[in-house]
Design a protein around this ligand. Sequence first.
Ligand code: 13P
Length: 252
Amino acid sequence: MSRRTLIAGNWKMNGMSFDGIALAKGVANKIKAAGDTSFDMLICPPYTLISSVAAALSGSPLSVGAQDCHTEENGPHTGDISASMLKDIGCSFVIVGHSERRSNYGENDAKVLSKAKIANSVGLNTVICIGETETERDSSETINVVKAQILGSVPDSATAKNTVVAYEPVWAIGTGRTPTNDEVQKVHAVIRSQLALKLGADTANSIRLLYGGSMNPENAKELLSLPDVDGGLIGGASLRVNDFWAIGEGCP
Ligand code: 13P
């Protein structure tokens, strides 16, 4: 089953109009200059930049996504943003369950599942994030943790078209540390078999699994060549046009 590589940038809480739009245009220019690419690219700016980035990217194959959404479509939720609002301003993807949301806002699998469901119901594709903490890794709980997160966070209706799963070990995010390639492959294979139990083998074999956590131009090539790694979810390095592009160019 061939899965097209997805190189996704999560800008997190970074970017003002002047540099965010320039960054997005810089990536779009790289794609244009390359002509056809063998991989897809997605950028997820902060809410404040989504409209202007989407406008700047009109005509580019680069997709735009958000970093979170609410579980409801509208209503009395001061400060929140719904999936349909994101769709309305040009998003085709939304990240749900990022570990920074899980830890900063106590979001559990049930909440992540609700977000994924409403996002899919309004026509957004999701990037559902899972991954173990350092304590869980140290107590050899990684496999159990990711299995439970898949069971709890991925909708039964997930398809290869509307869902991407990102494995992001929490201890690898922004630290410069990564698991070994063998460890990444092992966890991704477990994720895929857990998805097969939930969604059937065909869907599981078609769903893209991204690795995230200190991915950079130096380590991307090897990570992206692992059999069950179908792309990357990139934080820090996605804020620099050349680094983000170099990661894509490193795709096998
Ligand atoms: P870094 O690439 O900065 O480690 O961030 C990864 C991440 O959290 C992407 O969602």
